[in-house]
Design a protein around this ligand. Structure first.
Ligand code: SER
Length: 391
């Protein structure tokens, strides 16, 4: 099943259960100083959870543009080296604002995964918060998930958006991709292992508290639900591939990179070319979407994170070719994703000119730095470069 269909089936399912389809919000959270970027679907509903904002609906569903780079949830350094980390990703979610709670949230998730997407139950595992006997009962008695497939965790099963704000215990659903060659302990591999065997595909947060700046949790006016399922991970499951990067969300980007560089992407390999292509694919997506939402590369705040992402992408691109790789890759992102996110097409010229300017600036800096370093190395009498010169 193509990613586009995974996305639309999710939204259609929740619409059929009385949810309003709300458009993805901007990657820049509206007047929220606690967050650099929208890092999940619940961000645009934060004030609805706390009760300070009212909407004409109590059930919503979204496919939300999200970025996790900088701040509390930061995946930047892992990107390229694993099969499932991204800076930019899409989060599918359903939300209840004081409407349904654990019973329905769990039922909807299980029903959609097993009856609509038809993922075999044998491949699915569940985690709950260490003290959440109610969630255990619902999974075990209502959905008939065997007790041995439900594990309890403490901190890993408590979700908070930032240091303050709505939060609560959560229950995660994992997909078993089968034994992995990188597993550090294959005999005892289980949910929670650091290898890529068990991948979290959905997080159901039972929003019960609002955490204040002293770390004290205050009960929300009404218990609510916030869920998030990464489109890239779910698509990998639906396409029978072990890596998000092997889904149709990414393969066209690799084709463009291969055409420009003459190098080949190797599925699941950690050779220099494949790592560099994954980094570029992810960072080109993040750059296109962040610039479309008005972030400009700079030396502080959001702009600094974008600059780091872009420069990391360009640096890895240089491992593949002397030609510009970020520009054609960003172009492909725009053409591939504009039907779902029309802001990309609308701001295409601005996105491309911003990418070009940043690339030129960075290459100039690199050249200047390299010349400086080479001339200092020539002058050296020992094998050490003095600290003050490096500085
Ligand atoms: N907010 C939760 C998460 O990001 C569920 O979407 O995991």
């Amino acid at each position: 099943m193509k990613a586009a269909e995974v996305r639309s089936k999710f939204i259609e399912y929740f619409k059929s259960k009385g949810h309003t389809h709300v458009e993805s919000s901007s990657l820049i959270p509206a007047s929220d100083p606690t967050l650099l970027f929208t890092n999940s679907g619940m961000v645009q509903f934060k004030n609805v959870f706390t009760g300070s904002e009212k909407r004409p609906y109590t059930r919503a569903t979204t496919h939300q543009k999200s970025v996790r780079a900088g701040g509390k949830h930061n995946d930047l350094d892992n990107v390229g080296h694993t099969s499932r980390h991204h800076t930019f990703f899409e989060m599918l979610g359903n939300f209840s604002f004081g409407d349904y709670f654990k019973k329905e949230a769990i039922h909807y998730a299980w029903d959609l995964l097993t009856n609509v997407y038809k993922i075999p139950e044998t491949k699915l595992y569940v985690t709950i918060h260490i003290n959440d006997d109610e969630a255990f009962k619902i999974w075990n008695k209502q959905e008939k998930v065997p007790a041995e497939k439900i594990s309890r965790f403490d901190k890993d099963n408590f979700w908070q958006m930032a240091d303050t704000g709505p939060c609560g215990p959560c229950s995660e659903i994992f997909y078993d991709h089968g034994p992995q060659p990188n597993c550090p302990d294959p005999k005892n591999c289980k949910v929670g292992c650091s290898c890529d065997r068990f991948v979290e595909i959905w997080n159901l947060v039972f929003m019960q508290f609002n955490r204040d700046d002293k770390g004290i949790d205050h009960p929300l006016p009404k218990p609510s639900v916030d869920t998030g399922s990464g489109l890239e991970r779910l698509s990998a499951v639906m396409q029978g591939v072990a890596s998000n990067y092997d889904t149709d969300l990414f393969t066209d980007l690799f084709k463009v990179m291969s055409n420009v560089s003459g190098k080949k992407y190797s599925k699941g390999h950690n050779d220099e070319t494949s790592i560099a292509m994954r980094v570029m694919a992810d960072h080109a997506r993040a750059s296109a979407f962040l610039i479309a939402d008005g972030v400009i590369p700079s030396n502080e705040g959001r702009g600094y994170v974008l600059r780091r992402i872009m420069r990391r992408g360009i640096r890895y691109g240089k491992k593949l070719t002397e030609k510009s790789l970020i520009l054609p890759t960003v172009k492909e992102v725009i053409s591939k994703m504009s039907d779902v996110y029309p802001e990309l097409k609308k701001r295409q010229d601005f996105i491309l000119s911003t990418v070009k300017t940043e690339e030129d600036k960075f290459l100039e800096t690199l050249e200047h730095g390299t010349n400086l370093l080479t001339s200092e190395i020539k002058k050296l009498k020992t094998k050490e470069i003095p600290g003050e010169i490096v500085f």
